[in-house]
Design a protein around this ligand. Structure first.
Ligand SMILES: C[S@@+](CC[C@H](N)C(=O)[O-])C[C@H]1O[C@@H](n2cnc3c(N)ncnc32)[C@H](O)[C@@H]1O
Length: 270
C-alpha cells in the first residue's frame, strides 16, 4: 500500500504540521497527514472545544460575507490565508447573493495551491481567482497581475483575514504588513479579522501555545487591545471587536458567546 505521505502533492512537506492541514482536520476534511493530526490532537488536549471553535470561525465567514454583500454593498473580496477549500467557500456565499461578486484568494501553503482549482470559478457574471503568495510580502500581493486583473481598486474591496494573523509573530510585523494592504484599498473598503485570544481562558490558550511550540508551529494569541490595533483609523462597525460567536449572530444569541476563543471585528475605511 502506498503511504499517504508518498501521495502528497508536489511541494507538500509531510514532516512538519501545517496550519491549513491541521485546521482542515479539525473541520473534518481529508487533506491532512499524520503529523497534522498529531498536532491537532495535542491542541485539542489543551482546548477540548477546539473543533467547535474552528466551526464557529467558519460560520462567521459565512455570516460576515452575507453582511458585507447585503448590508455593506460589497462586490469585491480579497481573502488572505484562505485555507484548504471547505464548502461553502467565501465566493459561493457571496455569489449566491450577488452573482457578479469577484473574489481573490491568497495563501502561501502548497497544499492550498494544489486545491486552488476549487476556488477558481468563473460564472457569466462573477469570478474568483487564486494567488500563491505570502502576507509577509503584501506589496507583491497588491501588484500581482491576477489581483489587478480581477479587482477594480477604485471600488471598495473587503479584505478578509480569517484566522491567519496568529500565525505571524510580532517580529514579522503583522500590523505593518496588513497596513500595506489597507492603504492600497479605496475609501468604503472593509477589513474583517478573526483572531484567537487568551482573554477568555488564559490557561487553555497557554496550553495550546505550548503544544503548538512543541510541534514547531507558530501560535500567537492576542488580547482585545492588540487585535484592535489592526483596525486603527478605520471605523469598527457594531458591535465592535466582539467574541466571534457574538458578532451579529443570526437567530437567537448564543448562551455563552465566549465559548470560542476568538475575537472578530469588521471596520470600514473612511
Ligand atoms: C487556520 S487557516 C484559516 C483558513 C481560513 N481563513 C478559515 O478561516 O477557514 C490559516 C491559513 O493561513 C495561511 N497562511 C499562514 N501564514 C500565511 C502567510 N504568511 N501568507 C499567506 N497565507 C498564510 C495558511 O497556509 C492557512 O491556509
Amino acid at each position: 500500500m502506498v503511504s499517504e505521505d508518498a501521495q502528497a502533492p508536489v511541494g507538500v512537506d509531510t514532516s512538519i504540521p501545517h496550519s491549513a492541514r491541521v485546521y482542515d482536520w479539525w473541520l473534518g476534511g481529508k487533506d491532512n497527514f499524520a503529523v497534522d493530526r498529531a498536532m491537532g490532537a495535542a491542541m485539542i488536549q489543551a482546548i477540548p472545544g477546539l473543533r467547535d471553535m474552528a466551526a464557529e470561525n467558519r460560520r462567521f465567514v459565512h455570516r460576515v460575507a452575507r453582511y458585507l454583500v447585503t448590508e455593506a454593498g460589497i462586490r469585491q473580496f480579497l481573502d488572505v490565508g484562505t485555507g484548504i477549500p471547505t464548502p461553502p467557500n467565501l465566493h459561493e456565499v457571496a455569489q449566491r447573493l450577488a452573482p457578479q461578486t469577484r473574489v481573490v484568494y491568497v495563501d502561501n501553503d502548497p497544499i492550498v495551491l494544489a486545491h486552488a482549482r476549487a476556488l477558481m470559478v468563473s460564472t457569466p457574471q462573477g469570478r474568483s481567482e487564486y494567488i500563491h503568495a505570502d502576507l509577509r510580502e503584501p506589496a507583491k500581493i497588491m501588484a500581482d497581475p491576477t489581483l489587478t486583473g480581477t479587482l477594480d481598486l477604485d471600488q471598495p474591496v473587503a479584505l478578509t483575514l480569517i484566522a491567519i494573523l496568529m500565525l505571524m509573530r510580532d517580529e514579522d510585523d503583522p500590523i505593518g504588513k496588513v497596513r500595506v494592504l489597507m492603504d492600497a484599498l479605496p475609501s468604503g473598503s472593509y477589513l474583517t479579522i478573526t483572531h484567537p485570544t487568551q482573554d477568555f481562558n488564559p490557561a487553555e490558550m497557554a496550553a495550546a501555545v505550548a503544544a503548538a511550540t512543541h510541534g514547531h508551529m507558530t501560535l500567537v494569541p492576542r488580547t482585545h487591545a492588540e487585535v484592535e490595533r489592526f483596525f486603527d483609523g478605520w471605523e469598527l462597525i457594531e458591535p465592535g471587536l466582539a467574541p466571534v460567536m457574538g458578532w451579529r449572530p443570526e437567530g437567537a444569541p448564543p448562551a455563552d458567546d465566549k465559548a470560542a476563543y476568538y475575537w472578530a471585528g469588521v471596520a470600514r475605511k473612511p
